[in-house]
Design a protein around this ligand. Structure first.
Ligand SMILES: [Zn+2]
Ligand SMILES: [Zn+2]
Length: 144
C-alpha cells in the first residue's frame, strides 16, 4: 500500500478500555487515509491507518469481534469499548491498523489517500499526498 515498506517501526497500542493490546512488529511509518464509503460508515470519517503487515501480536483476542466486511477483508473491534482495531486482508493476513490506536506518532508521515473519488466534498486534507481512486487501487491490487 505504500512505497516505504522497509521503513518500519515496532509500535504498541491498545483500545480505549485496555482489554485489547496490540504490538505491530514492523509497522509502516507511512500513514494512509481511505475515503471509501465502507470505511467512513465504519468510523464516521476517513480511515487513517498504517500498514502493519502480518506480524501483529494481539493480547486479549477473546475480546475482539471480527466483522466480515467484504469477500477479501474483515474488520476487528473491541467488543467492550468499540475501538476499531484492524482492517485485515483474509488471504495475506495483512493488518491495516488505525493510527490512533498506537501510543506515539513518532516518525509517522501522512503520505497517501485512497478512494479519493469517494471522498465527500465537505472535508479536504491539505497534506501533500499520493492519491489513488478506487479504480486505480483495484488495478494495482487485482480486481477480485
Ligand atoms: Zn476495549
Ligand atoms: Zn476504505
Amino acid at each position: 500500500m505504500n512505497a516505504n515498506m522497509k521503513d518500519t517501526t515496532e509500535r504498541a497500542g491498545h483500545c480505549l478500555c485496555g482489554d485489547v493490546r496490540i504490538t505491530a512488529n514492523s509497522a509502516s511509518n507511512s500513514v494512509g487515509a481511505c475515503h471509501c464509503k465502507t470505511c467512513r460508515r465504519w468510523g464516521g470519517g476517513p480511515f487513517m491507518e498504517i500498514d502493519c503487515g502480518a506480524s501483529v501480536e494481539i493480547d486479549g483476542k477473546e475480546n475482539i469481534s471480527v466483522f466480515d466486511s467484504s469477500d477479501w477483508a474483515e474488520r476487528g473491534f473491541c467488543r467492550n469499548c468499540g475501538t476499531h482495531l484492524f482492517y485485515r486482508l483474509k488471504e495475506s493476513g495483512q493488518h491495516m491498523i488505525p493510527v490512533g490506536v498506537f501510543e506515539d506518532s513518532e516518525s509517522l508521515v501522512f503520505e497517501s489517500q485512497v478512494f479519493i473519488d469517494e471522498k465527500p466534498d465537505y472535508y479536504e486534507f491539505t497534506n501533500k499526498t499520493k492519491d489513488l481512486t478506487g479504480a486505480e487501487i483495484f488495478a494495482l491490487f487485482g480486481s477480485s
